[in-house]
Design a protein around this ligand. Structure first.
Ligand code: NAD
Ligand code: ZN
Length: 693
């Protein structure tokens, strides 16, 4: 971790062949994606790029100059062509005539839509004037850690000259907006030879005559900062040197799994939260260091950070008791409310969630909590950017965060508030975490899919690694990598069950829903049922459900947010069936276990309910093998006649599908069934023998 040496310079990845046939906008997109692909160049969603392009006016046919600039939202690394806003340059220039001065700069945002070229629906961002008024055809604005490290030092102006000479100028901190656009214009007029400018506490601007030149200039400027920092930090104690010895990775994960549900319970009362854990080398170097607490208290500096990470993280010791944790979080909230009260303006938006987002745990790593997994993960990534910045700044000079008032003005900016209000409403299970056993199977994967559709994060656990991989890949393809985790686990193995819960907790910070669904089928007359067959049924279906539910209880109680446990039993739990005594008896045990647990869990808000499916042939692996042949033989049918046979046997004369069972599981997992526990839902197309009583 300590060699930010010459080997870490950015490579020029421009491929002349790939760029050969691109038009100006295509080149801009190509350059943007190249830049955003490397987190050392800019953080996720941070920075923007632009090109001033000659286009044909759709009404007059005349050639007009159009600014293509990354629009509001999105990320330069992954954006597509439609991520750019397009605006008439002459209209943007005309806005200067309407400008009433810095106190009124926010109103200029309202004029930007009037400058739209070609009815482009992509909204122009607050940063648009920063590109429009720089009189060069191509402009990059990036948030490179190495440059921000210099921008966040007490002597950033002097250091900027030391690193870049006359090539890159320096401007003091100013919130992005119309006024900063005019500052940049003036800077270029006064420094015609400059290739860019560093904005204190913010980031880097670079420009060029072509996309190729601009890209090269951006890389060169960042590389100068990287090389200079490497030289200046070499041999120096980073963050005051290490304070703690490194713990083994397994211990760090175990501590995270123990701490995270407690955190989640405290910060997830009003709005459920998802956690993210990071114990990568840069994080450990920081959290284990002498100066960590002092630096963390100074807050982050880049304006992107405040909305994501809050102004500063919370530091919590690994051995903090639940009471100590509660007090720490209480203190953090009070301090945050104090910051809000000190800094608020008469028209500021109301106080937002005062809970910490970033938790630094010495010896263990960094935990982040946010409304969903991508937000929690990205908050962690942003804090890693902040660590990188502090690493450079504090080693070569002294690190300065942005003033509290400036941070507040960004965090509670009315324009940001408007953006937050435009965000789509969360889905019913957004912020919830589910673990589904037998998740590689027919019914389990359908349940996982249903919960994912409603916004849950899902951990699939199964003994069958190949099935798990296939289902995991399909579901993360559809619902995003952040939402899905897989873990191989045998429900009959006590240690394996505990390990898989630990994995789920480290992955998402807690658990709200556990669907116990792993299962097998077997058939034999009782006199031919050998002990091992009997035992196998009891182990997987009864003991396995006990082990999973016990771990669920432990986690849910530590978390203190209640929870829902759903058992996928069987019609045969209630209805006796010939030649399947081991299976039927074990399934009956599941149902009674669920009732006992419903009784025990109620005081903690843990609900336990059962679904009894019957004859779910489609998708089920149980029905692919010899079980199908045996059943067909028992009824004197060919295997492919079996589905029709079961359909006719049901009262409703319908086939039961995995999706039908999944719908019931979603109902029992969600707050729709908040008043139900100890229940059984039959999903069997009607069967009088299994009517509940
Ligand atoms: N399909 C039906 O007709 C039907 C009817 C009633 C009840 N059920 C029950 O529904 C549940 C799901 O069955 P399905 O039809 O989806 O079958 P399936 O075989 O497609 O899925 C079951 C999954 O459980 C996994 N599993 C088996 N033993 C395990 C163990 N020891 N540890 C962890 N995972 C294990 C399997 O690998 C498989 O992926 C089972 O409990 C089954 O008894 C199914
Ligand atoms: Zn910026």
């Amino acid at each position: 971790m300590d060699d930010h040496g010459a080997t870490n310079l950015l490579d020029d990845r421009w491929d002349a062949q790939a760029a050969a046939d691109l038009d100006e906008a295509g080149l801009l997109l190509y350059r943007s994606n190249l830049l955003g692909a490397d987190k050392r160049i800019t953080n996720y969603g941070g920075g923007n790029t632009s090109a001033k392009v000659s286009e044909q006016d759709p009404l007059t046919g005349a050639a007009v100059e159009v600014l293509w600039v990354k629009g509001s939202g999105g990320d330069v690394g992954t954006m597509k062509r439609d991520g750019f806003a397009t605006l008439y340059m002459d209209k943007l220039q005309a806005l200067k005539g309407l400008y009433r001065g810095p106190d009124h700069e926010d109103e200029m945002v309202g004029y930007l839509p009037h400058c739209t070229f070609n009815l482009n629906p992509r909204a122009a961002s607050i940063d648009t004037p920063l590109h429009a008024y720089v009189p060069y055809p191509h402009v990059d604005h990036m948030h490179p850690d190495a440059a921000i490290a210099i921008a966040a030092t007490a002597n950033s102006r002097e250091l900027t000259r030391e690193v870049w000479g006359e090539e890159i100028g320096w401007l003091p901190w100013r919130r992005p907006g119309f006024e900063l656009g005019l500052w940049l214009e003036r800077f270029v007029a006064e420094n015609p030879n400059a290739k860019g400018v560093l904005l204190a506490s913010h980031g880097l601007f670079t420009w060029g005559a072509t996309s190729r030149d601009c890209y090269r200039q951006t890389l060169e400027s960042i590389n100068k900062a990287i090389a200079w920092l490497a030289e200046r930090t070499a041999g120096k104690a980073i963050f005051g040197g290490a304070r703690l010895d490194q713990q083994p990775a397994a211990d760090r994960r175990a501590t995270a799994a123990r701490l995270m549900p407690g955190h989640r319970g405290l910060v997830g009362v009003d709005e459920p939260k998802i956690g993210h854990f990071d114990d990568s080398a840069p994080v450990l170097e920081f959290v284990d260091a002498q100066d960590m607490e002092t630096l963390a208290a100074l807050g982050t500096s880049c304006p992107d950070h405040f909305l994501r990470t809050k102004i500063r993280p919370m530091v919590v010791e690994a051995d903090a008791s639940p009471d100590a944790l509660r007090d720490r979080i209480g203190d953090y909230r009070a301090a945050y409310a104090g910051y809000y009260d000190r800094c608020r303006h008469p028209d500021s938006p109301a106080l937002r969630d005062p809970n910490p987002v970033v938790y630094l745990v010495p010896g263990v790593g960094m935990i982040t909590f946010a409304k969903d997994k991508p937000t929690a993960r990205i908050a962690g990534e942003f804090y890693v950017n902040a660590i990188n910045v502090m690493r450079g700044a504090a080693t070569v000079d002294s690190y300065v965060g942005l003033s509290e008032q400036e941070a507040f003005n960004i965090e509670y900016w009315l324009l940001e508030e408007a953006k937050l209000r435009r965000m789509p409403k969360p889905r019913p299970l957004t912020g919830k975490v589910a673990l589904v056993t037998g998740g590689g199977g027919g019914i389990g994967s359908a349940i996982a899919e249903r919960l994912l559709q409603e916004g849950a994060c899902v951990v699939l656990a199964d003994i069958d690694a190949a099935a798990l991989d296939a289902v995991g890949a399909a579901l993360s393809g559809q619902h995003g990598k952040d939402q899905v985790r897989t873990v191989t686990m045998d429900v009959t193995d006590e240690a394996a069950v505990q390990r898989s819960f630990q994995d789920a907790l480290v992955a998402y910070g807690g658990l709200d829903i556990v669907v116990s669904n792993a299962g097998i089928s077997s058939a034999a007359p009782v006199e031919d049922t050998d002990l091992s067959l009997w035992q196998r049924n009891v182990d997987i279906l009864a003991t396995g459900y006990f082990l999973v539910a016990r771990e669920a209880f432990r986690t849910m109680k530590a978390q203190g947010l209640g929870g829902s446990i759903v058992f996928i039993a069987s019609k045969n739990a209630l209805a006796a069936s010939p030649n399947a005594s081991a299976y039927c008896t074990a399934k009956a045990a599941e149902v009674h276990l669920a009732r006992c647990l419903a009784l025990e869990g109620a005081g903690s808000g843990i609900r336990v309910n059962v679904i009894n499916p019957d004859a779910v042939l489609q998708g089920s692996k149980i029905w692919q093998g010899e079980w199908r042949e045996q059943r067909a033989a028992a009824y004197n049918l060919a295997p492919d006649q079996l589905e029709e046979h079961y359909r006719q046997r049901s009262l409703l004369k319908r086939s039961v599908l995995p999706a039908d069972v999944a719908e019931a599981a979603y109902f029992l997992a969600s707050d729709m069934s908040a008043k139900s526990t100890g229940n059984i839902i039959n999903v069997d197309a009607g069967n009088a023998q299994s009517f509940t009583r």
